[in-house]
Design a protein around this ligand. Sequence first.
Ligand SMILES: O=C(O)CCC(=O)C(=O)O
Ligand SMILES: [Fe+2]
Length: 206
Amino acid sequence: MTAQLISNTYLNAIEHTGYAIVENAIDEQLINDLIADCYRINPHFHVAGIGRLNDQQIDKTVRKDKTFWFDSSSQAQITYLATMEAIKTQLNREFFLGLFDYECHYAKYQQGDFYKKHYDAFKGRSNRIFTTVCYLNSPASGGELVIYKPKSKDIEVVIKPKAGTLVMFESERFMHEVLPADDVRYSIAGWFRKNASISGIIDPPR
Ligand SMILES: O=C(O)CCC(=O)C(=O)O
Ligand SMILES: [Fe+2]
């Protein structure tokens, strides 16, 4: 594992725009192992909830993807987590963010599945600081990630999922959505978090 996973070009992008799109961030072998892991656990993907802890609700008008939270049950997951750990160290060193840990899940979008406009974190109500999305396959069409400009309805960028691409953005700053998938779409959505106490609960798990 190299010390400098995210090159200066992307660190500059994060500093100046709050996000970065890093193609080929994750090597092909690991992507292959991760997708194989998705196939292995396919029966265990669950309809995703919205909100935190006891607030978890299933609302199929907001999102229709299925998810599986990492449980370190494969070498691929362990290697991916180690990679994110290295990126966390890099971000902390560069930006003094005090990122404390990382949580992530696989996501599977089948034909017609989407995730409507949302923020991953709200000021003072979440300890999610940085969102990461890693694409595991390259659907021919559909499932684009649309990121909106901060405090605006204008589109900042539309990202076509491509295996190995890692997208990173500030969780509180960017509204985003996943357009309906045509082809099946596999990804890993994850969050670097700060260890903050929220409503008296110290560092809620997710
Ligand atoms: O898969 C993506 O491109 C984004 C997913 C997302 O926004 C989320 O899981 O919160
Ligand atoms: Fe999101």
